[in-house]
Design a protein around this ligand. Structure first.
Ligand SMILES: C[S@@+](CC[C@H](N)C(=O)[O-])C[C@H]1O[C@@H](n2cnc3c(N)ncnc32)[C@H](O)[C@@H]1O
Length: 211
């Protein structure tokens, strides 16, 4: 579900989305995440669920095998023009891939999910987790970065999060509960100060469940 008015509607346009990201400090944030959290190595197979305009590729090594998919065709066309020589960009949803048993996404060293899950209902989040677990290599991991409410936080930060385009920003406790429904081994960290605005993020890192 998305709240669709004003700026929120404009953000569906690829170049406006990228401009907004730049305004809130996306570059510095992604550099920090790439160095400290994603830690992708050359040659790794990366699947990016809800890849948007493919901006993430500015922060990943050149010689990875990258596949990104997203339900927004305009974002995917934009990404293909800008980053088409760096990987594959597909139109689709986690639900589509889960149902089709798609094999071209298999054996991912890292599945990335950056700002997607807070757009999704619980049922769809569980589909993302199940698909991620299926397409991960044995030693693979899923890394999600999402906005999160805290048990106690400033009024301004709480208000900003409530304005998010995604309609499903969850609390730290809720993120942990839903992750635990699919993954038995995962860790979470709360990070503040990633963006120029007082936003709170949760980083969720999950290991493959075998069997
Ligand atoms: C906040 S944007 C993040 C985009 C990108 N990961 C990034 O870091 O710039 C959320 C993205 O999720 C995509 N999305 C939302 N629901 C989706 C779904 N059910 N399946 C695939 N993509 C979806 C949107 O089109 C959008 O590109």
């Amino acid at each position: 579900m998305q709240n669709n008015n004003g700026l929120k509607e404009a953000l569906k346009t690829p170049w406006i989305y990228d401009l907004f990201q730049s305004f809130v400090g996306e570059k510095r944030a992604r550099k920090w995440i790439a160095r400290n959290i994603w830690k992708c190595n050359s040659g790794e197979n990366i699947v990016d669920i809800g890849c948007g305009t493919g901006l993430i590729l500015n922060y990943l090594p050149d010689d990875i095998q990258y596949t990104g998919f997203d339900k927004n065709e305009n974002y995917i066309q934009f990404a293909r023009k800008k980053f088409g020589d760096r990987g594959r960009f597909l139109v689709g949803t986690p639900s589509d891939y889960l149902k089709s048993g798609e094999s071209e996404l298999n054996m991912a060293d890292i599945v990335l999910c950056n700002g997607l899950l807070h757009h999704l209902k619980d049922k769809e989040v569980l589909e993302v987790f199940k698909l991620s677990n299926r397409i991960m290599a044995h030693s693979g991991r899923l890394v999600c970065i999402e906005p999160s409410f805290l048990a106690k936080q400033s009024t301004i930060s709480k208000w900003l999060l409530s304005q998010d385009r995604g309609g499903f920003v969850r609390s730290e406790k809720e993120w942990k509960e839903i992750t635990g429904k699919v993954f038995s081994s995962f860790s979470t960290s709360i990070v503040t100060g990633l963006l120029r605005i007082p936003y709170i993020h949760i980083i969720i890192e999950c290991n493959k469940v075998s069997g």
